[in-house]
Design a protein around this ligand. Structure first.
Ligand SMILES: NC(=O)c1ccc[n+]([C@@H]2O[C@H](COP(=O)([O-])OP(=O)(O)OC[C@H]3O[C@@H](n4cnc5c(N)ncnc54)[C@H](O)[C@@H]3O)[C@@H](O)[C@H]2O)c1
Length: 255
């Protein structure tokens, strides 16, 4: 599977880690379907421009709200209609809320699970027949929160733990179809939008400072995570499936 001939669909690719990953796949010559909320059309166009400059032969932009089943169906349909195949699905889109058991609302619960769990599950189902044909693979976006307690992260942590289970189940169930499924599990990544409107700038800075790793004296970056996603999606990882790889410079080891 030469990178130049690959078709890669990345959710949440208008910003943050998803946008960085799209730009990385573009450098490898992959054709891309990038997608974000209907309100993110300008950001998507900007990412598409960079991806084309980076060498992607074709970039499809699809506005889709992953809380809606019909939008996910449209996303997969447009990808297949445009490229005729799918090689890699990156389930990257995600949201968080701040709060523990006493604070969360039923709406928070539905929103978090809808974007972080239901959407990747449904997209995995939609992608299966296409990935079977290409012997392709899936990379899911977990978080270290799935395995360690971080205050005020209850729903987010529960959702990411579910995604870890989806990763292992999919790897086991799809192996006979030649499809691999892995996940990346980052610690704190600087410079993305996920905490916008969730934490104050001051608290966010304190949080980031507390996450700096002894290993490198910095946080892991979007680019570090993009490199790992692209490694797991590549032929170098042909015998790797069902793995959830932590990328946090060893931070959770010392929690
Ligand atoms: N930034 C971190 O510290 C960190 C750490 C671990 C894991 N992650 C995970 O990385 C992934 C990417 O997050 P990020 O940090 O780049 O933040 P981000 O906010 O920049 O990216 C998330 C993207 O998901 C999209 N999205 C959210 N709801 C959507 C919906 N209903 N429909 C379509 N798209 C939707 C957003 O619009 C956004 O573009 C998330 O799954 C997040 O949980 C981030």
């Amino acid at each position: 599977m030469a990178a130049t001939k690959r078709v890669v669909l990345i959710t949440g690719s208008a910003t943050g880690i998803g946008a960085e990953t799209a730009k990385g796949f573009a450098k490898e010559g992959a054709s891309l379907c990038i997608t974000g909320l209907p309100s993110q059309k300008d950001e998507l166009a900007e990412v598409a421009k960079v991806c084309k400059e980076n060498g992607s032969p074709h970039v499809l932009e699809v506005a889709a709200d992953l809380r809606k089943q019909e939008d996910m169906y449209l996303l997969m349909n447009e990808t297949i209609k445009t490229f005729g195949q799918l090689d890699v699905l990156v389930n990257n889109a995600g949201i968080t809320v701040n709060g523990d058991l006493d604070q969360y609302t039923s709406e928070d619960f539905d929103k978090i699970f809808s974007v972080n769990v239901k959407a990747p599950t449904y997209l995995t189902k939609l992608a299966k027949p296409h990935l079977s044909k290409t012997k392709g693979n899936i990379v899911n976006m977990c978080s270290v929160v799935r395995e360690c307690h971080i205050k005020n992260c209850l729903l987010y942590g529960m959702a990411k733990a579910s995604l870890a289970y989806l990763t292992k189940s999919t790897a086991a169930d799809f192996a006979e179809n030649g499809i691999r499924c892995n996940a990346v599990s980052p610690g704190c990544i600087y410079g993305t939008d996920i905490l916008k409107g969730i934490l104050s700038d001051e608290f966010k800075q304190q949080y980031f400072d507390s996450c700096i790793t002894k290993l490198r004296g910095r946080l892991a970056t979007k680019s570090d995570v993009s490199d790992l996603i692209r490694f797991l999606a590549s032929d170098k990882a042909t015998m790797i499936t069902g793995e959830i790889i932590t990328i946090d410079g060893g931070k959770v080891l010392s929690l």
